[in-house]
Ligand binder design. Structure first.
Ligand code: HEC
Length: 309
């Protein structure tokens, strides 16, 4: 039957066309892919993000913390504060303490959950100990930071009306594969700065906008320590940063990273690193790279065509 097989071909052809378009979108648009992941929280119940939410709303919500330890792991684990009130969109830093009560080192990993479950998509974690296997030596005690915000869209979702408390719960389990464990000692209060950890943080939290040797959305950062502020060749700075007048030191970087827009009002960098140990590690990395890597002259136009807001 020629007409039937022709119809079939038409169906197959249109399927292939749609598939082709979708492949094209995915291949050519990492941005769309990222938007998809950010919108769906793909890869976890809650999302992990690099930048501040665009706006901080006047509306607040209470976030409560819950911590427990599964049987078989001799740890004490608790939030430092039981609850905090946050403005929607506001970045918040909280701490959890963990202590190995046993007399041998132990590796564990944390799982988390957010209740009510439907609020999970609005709960964004920027930094958390929950992404890795973690190791605590015998009797070691650490304070672990979690940085999060609640998406302002929470306030506009009719399903969320009446939700006044979001609970973030963690459970630590003894780990089945302790080989890849990270050492929780990096959270010890007076741990020395760790440039290697700084490098990992840089890749995670800065490299979307910064490289060492080229301008991207933000200026090149190789050699930034000891460099005059706002002076990466070929980068189109905000007037506020261009007109600032000082040389980047560890101390100035610390204040900048804690809150760029408080340090230089009018600055355009939308990212903050709220916890001091991470700032210390990032700065140790930038200092190390400033010792050996000089910023290459920027590729003309790379910065001016992409303006950060
Ligand atoms: C979302 C993009 C973005 C991310 C992520 C980001 N930055 Fe930036 N950064 C910028 C922009 C844009 C500027 C320029 C600010 C201006 O001109 O007002 C900047 C400027 C800077 C400067 C000043 C450089 C100079 O030449 O004076 C430093 C230092 C810096 N960033 C460090 C960092 C570090 C460290 C991280 C990671 C924790 C980071 N930034 C993450 C966008 C970003």
């Amino acid at each position: 039957m020629p007409s039937r097989s022709r119809q079939n071909w038409q169906v197959i052809a249109s399927c292939l066309a749609v598939l082709g378009i979708m492949c094209g979108i995915v291949a050519y648009s990492p941005t769309l892919y990222r938007m998809f992941c950010a919108a769906t929280g793909y890869g976890g119940t809650t999302q992990r993000v690099a930048a501040d939410a665009a706006a901080v709303s006047a509306q607040t919500v209470t976030v409560a913390f819950d911590a427990s330890v599964a049987p078989g792991l001799d740890w004490r684990f608790a939030p430092v504060e039981r609850t905090v009130a946050v403005h929607l969109g506001e970045q918040k830093l909280v701490y959890f303490t963990a202590e190995n009560l046993g007399s041998t080192p132990a590796v564990a990993h944390a799982t988390f959950n957010v209740t009510p479950q439907s609020s999970g998509i609005y709960f964004n974690k920027i930094q958390c100990f929950c992404f890795n296997e973690e190791r605590l030596d015998a009797h070691q005690k650490v304070q672990m930071p979690v940085v999060f915000y609640v998406d302002p869209a929470f306030g506009k979702d009719p399903e969320m009306h009446g939700v006044t408390v979001i609970t973030l719960g963690y459970t630590f389990f003894r780990s089945a594969n302790p080989q890849n464990a990270k050492d929780l000692a990096r959270f010890l209060v007076d741990a020395p700065p760790d440039a290697a950890h700084g490098k990992a943080l840089f890749a995670e939290r800065c490299s979307a906008c910064h490289a060492l040797d080229a301008n991207k959305l933000g200026p090149a950062l190789g050699g930034v320590v000891g460099r005059r502020v706002g002076s990466a060749a070929g980068y189109n700075y905000s007037p506020a940063v261009k007109n600032a007048d000082f040389v980047w030191s560890a101390d100035k970087l610390d204040r900048w990273l804690a809150d760029p827009r408080a340090f230089i009002p009018g600055a355009r960098m939308p990212v903050r690193v709220l916890d001091a140990p991470s700032r210390k590690d990032l700065i140790a990395y930038l200092e190390r790279e400033s010792g050996k890597a000089e910023a290459k002259p920027a590729i003309a136009g790379a910065a001016s065509s992409e303006q950060a807001r």
